[in-house]
Write a protein that binds this ligand. Structure first.
Ligand SMILES: Nc1nc2c(ncn2[C@@H]2O[C@H](COP(=O)(O)OP(=O)(O)O)[C@@H](O)[C@H]2O)c(=O)[nH]1
Ligand SMILES: [Mg+2]
Length: 354
């Protein structure tokens, strides 16, 4: 019956010219980079930004990236050091090796050289300060807070390739919301692997969330639909929808994500309120290529960068905003539910360079 309902809904949706959910998502994206300075607009609410950020935790999680940067930069930013070609080359090498990306690094190096020539940068200490400010600058104007629906439930859809860390990141988000006193429902939308449903179920039990699941092989759009029905009936605050990361072809995967998104928006206006793409930080620049592909297929509202702890390629975050114009909203710093942090650009850059 649910299947027929969904088929019916999808049929109607295809005939319509205007797509309210997409228009809303576009609007959200525009708003995200608007000059609102990250302040919640009227009628909307967000989780507090201060919670879920810890500089110590970040420093520990970023140890590998930090030590790679240090390998090049140790001692060079000391007081009294002059800025010479050697120092600039080491900065460049450090950022490339931390996987910031060639283009963003080239742009940044041009900027640094100009600032040296114009006298804005006078010594190594000045160079470091300039570098940090310039990096922080590129995150300004992005809305890093989660977009919470003024009327619950807030619906968050998760996308990403297999193994990127989707299910674990869902557990982390669930843990965070539960800690904040919210009622959380997880939807086991990765119906392709039996283990995927079980894995989510174990996490739901651990973090104190509820779960909606169907059998392996079921239609993920039907799971999503049932989850929203249940969420409304049970008065849940947040629904997080897991999805599969691999189908027979890329086009199949993208079509399926689109279908799930449509079903969500049909059941609850403006849902999903967030579409978070989970990327594996250990893949460095590949994560950026992946983000570009997903962005072409669905409106991504934010990135959850998982596995930052396991990589020296943490610099990928620095080039990410430049390259894909989607804000990183969360980072994963370990395999446990509590190893989640909101992405705080200031803290992140301080943690990398101090
Ligand atoms: N070190 C570390 N491992 C992670 C993190 N996030 C996920 N993982 C691991 O990555 C693997 C794949 O994660 P999973 O959530 O199953 O990915 P999915 O296939 O996208 O759902 C698992 O072994 C997780 O424990 C993280 O932030 N740090
Ligand atoms: Mg999974």
């Amino acid at each position: 019956m649910v299947f027929d309902l969904i088929k019916g809904l999808l049929g109607q949706e295809e005939k319509k010219e205007a797509k309210p959910a997409e228009a809303a998502a576009e609007k959200r994206e525009e708003e995200a980079v608007s000059a609102s300075g990250g302040q919640p607009e009227e009628g909307a609410s967000w989780l507090s930004l201060d919670a879920w950020v810890s500089l110590e935790g970040l420093k520990k999680g970023l140890e590998k990236t930090r030590s790679r940067l240090e390998g090049h930069l140790k001692g060079l930013f000391a007081l009294g050091q002059t800025v010479d070609e050697h120092l600039l080359e080491e900065v460049e090498a450090a950022l490339i090796e931390a996987d910031m990306g060639v283009k963003p690094v080239n742009r940044l190096m041009e900027e640094l050289r100009r600032a040296c020539q114009s006298g804005q940068i006078k010594d190594a200490v000045g160079l470091k300060a300039y570098l940090k400010t310039s990096l922080k600058e590129r995150f300004k104007g992005y809305k890093l807070e989660l977009n919470m629906s003024p009327t619950p439930p807030t619906v968050i859809m998760i996308a990403g390739v297999n193994g990127s860390g989707k299910t674990t990141s869902i557990a982390k988000l669930g843990y965070m919301f539960v800690k904040e006193g919210k009622r959380v429902l997880l939807a086991a939308g990765d119906t392709y692997r039996a283990a995927a449903v079980e894995q989510l179920e174990i996490w739901a039990g651990r973090v104190g969330a509820q779960i909606i699941k169907h059998q392996t092989g079921a239609d993920p759009a039907a799971v999503a639909y049932d989850a929203l029905q249940a969420a409304v009936a049970r008065g849940m605050d947040v629904v997080i929808v897991d999805t599969a990361g691999r189908l027979h072809t890329k086009q199949n995967l993208m079509n399926e994500l689109g279908k799930i998104k449509k079903v969500l928006s049909k059941r609850i206006e403006h849902a999903p309120h967030e579409v978070l793409l989970v990327l594996d930080a250990t893949t460095g620049q590949n994560a950026i290529s992946q983000a570009k592909l997903f962005k072409e297929a669905i409106d991504i509202t934010g990135i959850f960068l998982a596995k930052l702890d396991g990589t020296a390629k943490g610099g990928v975050v620095l080039g990410m905003q430049d390259e894909i114009k989607i804000p990183v909203k969360f980072v994963g710093l370990g395999e446990k539910a509590e190893n989640i942090q909101r992405f705080d650009p200031e803290g992140f850059i301080d943690a990398l360079f101090d």
